[in-house]
Design a protein around this ligand. Structure first.
Ligand SMILES: Cc1cc2nc3c(=O)[nH]c(=O)nc-3n(C[C@H](O)[C@H](O)[C@H](O)COP(=O)(O)OP(=O)(O)OC[C@H]3O[C@@H](n4cnc5c(N)ncnc54)[C@H](O)[C@@H]3O)c2cc1C
Length: 352
């Protein structure tokens, strides 16, 4: 089969890969392809039944993603936190009740859920995307790079790898990458790949009616964090948070039972009247974590210098939130790195 040739190949259709593609598009650069292993775009952004099972919040200083949202005409809204909230510092500590006051530095959510951003990027980039295309090998061939996938070979002048570095280390690189780079890839925790997210939707926000915010923070309990997850229009109601990793070995039915009986203690028996219960364990995601598993140390030091360099004589580049020198790990880092790397590559090429 004949190889398809492009100026740029982007490996991974998560937020980083898509924002690089968006930047190419904006500059009139049409010769690029985004190869995505999953049957959907978004990677660690995944809203299902109104619940953000992946990324949710942006902080007040996340200006790059705020600019992107504005450009895409997408709104944002503050995380709801009005009413009685609960905090338990450690296993035998008493539960403290507090009122989360109006926050000077609030967290924001994307109107319509985080996947709304992916949907608009998809709309603009769909002609450039190949789904269910798993990259297995990346090889330097003279002046170009050949990318081997389950759907054949692709050729490009420049390749951008946005797969989380630890998982990307399982791709075959020819010639082999420097040991220092491989060691850094292996020791870079893929942010939140350890997380178990839980989402519940309801016909009404019964906790709000009882002057409760829906916020519970208790690192030693079955639910370590919980927040109100009703939509911006306050027409759909829900709770969303993180489950303790200790429940990982349990069957779903047991996990559910433990979670609901814990939440009942704070929010009442109405927690059982859910419309939908969802649980997503990111450690089991083939294209976030893979067989290589979660890194033992959850370091959040991102943007290592080895990721700022290019390889294969300037033809191979590493991107993705973990490679970002600004707000690495966050959505902000993914957008910052996606946009800035695409601009850098276009500037370098046009100056040649
Ligand atoms: C549970 C959870 C909660 C989070 N909460 C927040 C939050 O509230 N706020 C925040 O700022 N951030 C949060 N994050 C982090 C945020 O999701 C990431 O920063 C961001 O989505 C990363 O985007 P990315 O493009 O760098 O990587 P990814 O989204 O991981 O994209 C990489 C892409 O590469 C694809 N891929 C993998 N292997 C291959 C292969 N071999 N071939 C082709 N494609 C491949 C993947 O399918 C994926 O689409 C959270 C993450 C998780 C998992």
């Amino acid at each position: 089969m004949q190889r398809k040739k492009y100026k740029y190949i982007i490996i991974g259709g998560g937020l980083s890969g898509l924002t690089s593609g968006f930047e190419f598009n904006l500059s009139g650069e049409n010769s690029f392809k985004i190869l995505e292993a999953r049957d959907r775009l978004g990677g660690r952004i995944n809203t299902q039944n109104e619940v953000d099972l992946g990324a949710t919040w942006m902080h007040y200083n996340h200006s790059t993603i705020f600019n992107l949202l504005e450009h895409m005409k997408l709104g944002k809204f503050e995380q709801y936190n009005t009413g009685e909230s609960y905090y338990k510092a450690y296993m035998n500590a008493p539960t403290q009740i507090f009122q989360a006051s109006a926050d000077e530095f609030p967290s924001y959510r994307i109107k319509g859920g985080s996947s709304a951003l992916i949907e608009v990027l998809d709309e603009q980039l769909k002609d450039h995307v190949e789904l269910e295309t798993v990259v297995k090998k990346i090889a330097e061939h003279g002046n170009c790079v050949v990318v081997t996938t389950n759907k054949g070979e692709f050729e490009a002048e420049q390749v951008i790898v946005t797969v989380p570095p630890r998982l990307a280390s399982t791709i075959e690189f020819l010639p082999k990458l420097p040991t220092k780079l491989i060691d850094t890839m292996l020791s870079t925790h893929s942010w939140f790949s350890h997380a178990i997210k839980v989402g519940l939707t309801y016909n009404n926000a019964f906790w709000r009616e009882n002057d409760k915010s829906g916020m519970i923070i208790a690192s030693s309990e079955v639910i370590t964090e919980l927040y109100d997850h009703s939509n911006a229009e306050e027409g759909k109601f829900g709770l969303m948070g993180f489950a303790n990793e200790q429940i990982r070995p349990l069957k779903l039915v047991e996990q559910k039972e433990k979670i609901l009986s814990y939440l009942e203690q704070f929010l009442g028996s109405e927690v059982y009247d859910y419309v939908d219960f969802q649980l997503k364990d990111w450690s089991k995601e083939e294209f976030t974590t893979g067989d290589i598993g979660i890194h033992a140390q959850r370091s959040t030091v991102y943007g290592n210098l080895v990721f700022q360099k290019s390889y294969y004589n300037g033809k191979l580049h590493f991107s993705g939130t973990e490679t970002s020198t600004i707000q690495g790990g966050y959505l902000e880092g993914a957008v910052y790195r996606g946009v800035s790397l695409a601009q850098e590559l276009m500037n370098t090429t046009s100056n040649r």
